[in-house]
Design a protein around this ligand. Structure first.
Ligand SMILES: [Fe+2]
Ligand SMILES: [Fe+2]
Length: 300
């Protein structure tokens, strides 16, 4: 049976100057937007003006985001439990906002589907092979493994899959698709407002993932190999999600070019690998400082 020997808050005190507490402060300020308050009236009018193919692209994009947000909401708990069991109260406090935000993202896309897209029936047809390999398999497997194996290596695998690939590469590339499809065509201002807020939430999630993986690599350099090989293995299906979606259209509506988005995903990937590599041989103080700089600059 678990028993507590001591409490951080009544011994050492909360470490308010650490990256997780700084992220928690930011979450309390910026993560409190309400998906129910987003005005979708113009979006409803814009939807009616689109061609069938244009609607299909937006429905596909929404279908992968909607279930992606559900997946990250469902799958995060074992990581929160692992951090809690290690007594990392500051990290757990931040992670409470993280999970709540994922639930709100799930909430928003559901509103879009019902109120803008006319409550379409089953959208699973938009989940193709590469999508399934990450969201139906790799993500839940990497996170649920922590229930039996909370080792540092399993934590690295989980956070690389969740924070670096799903959030850092795929969600970031998805926002870029939203911008190119909707904002550049002056369409659906409510949805774009939500996507902007969601992207801001995600930047805190990614910053936490970089902090977590960096802290683990700094404590044990052999974990760099775990991180690097997980990144490389997952990048293949991650780019596959982009190419398999674009292959469904010829030409692709809105003038979208597959290379723009595959290259964007590669750029995000390389940026995260470079950030993680900086943790090699670094002290925990260095990692806290570098994370803090990225948080201040809003650049995870
Ligand atoms: Fe999210
Ligand atoms: Fe997230």
């Amino acid at each position: 049976m678990l028993s507590h020997q001591t409490f951080a808050t009544t011994t050492r005190g909360l470490r308010r100057d650490t990256p997780p507490m700084k992220l928690f402060e930011k979450a309390k300020r910026y993560g409190i937007w309400n998906p129910s308050d987003i005005d979708l009236s113009q979006d409803q009018q814009d939807w009616r003006k689109l061609s069938d193919e244009e609607r299909d692209v937006i429905l596909r994009l929404t279908a992968v985001f909607q279930s992606g947000e559900e997946a990250v909401t469902l799958d995060l708990l074992p990581l929160i439990m692992t951090v809690a069991q290690e007594g990392r109260i500051e990290e757990e406090m931040f992670l409470t906002s993280f999970l709540w935000e994922e639930a709100k993202h799930t909430d928003f896309f559901n509103r879009f589907l019902i109120e803008v897209a006319g409550a379409p029936a089953d959208l699973s047809r938009y989940h193709l092979d590469n999508y399934r390999s990450i969201f139906y398999e790799a993500l839940p497997q990497a996170l649920s493994r922590l229930k039996d194996d909370p080792s540092p290596a399993a934590q690295v695998q989980a956070s690389v899959t969740y924070n670096m690939i799903v959030e850092g590469v795929l969600a970031e590339t998805g926002y870029h698709v939203y911008h190119t499809t909707l904002r550049d065509n002056h369409l659906m201002p409510g949805t774009m407002r939500a996507v902007d807020l969601l992207k801001q939430d995600e930047s805190r999630h990614i910053a936490y993932g970089i902090y977590l993986i960096s802290r683990l690599i700094a404590s044990d350099d052999s974990l760099w190999d775990v991180a690097e090989s997980a990144m490389n293995a997952l990048m293949i299906p991650a780019v596959g999600i982009i190419t398999e979606a674009f292959a469904c259209y010829d030409p692709v509506p809105f003038g979208l070019q597959v290379d723009d988005f595959a290259n964007y995903a590669m750029m995000q990937f390389q940026k995260r690998v470079a950030r993680l590599e900086k943790a090699r041989g670094a002290s925990l103080d260095d990692i806290a400082r570098v994370t803090q700089e990225a948080i201040d600059a809003n650049d995870a």
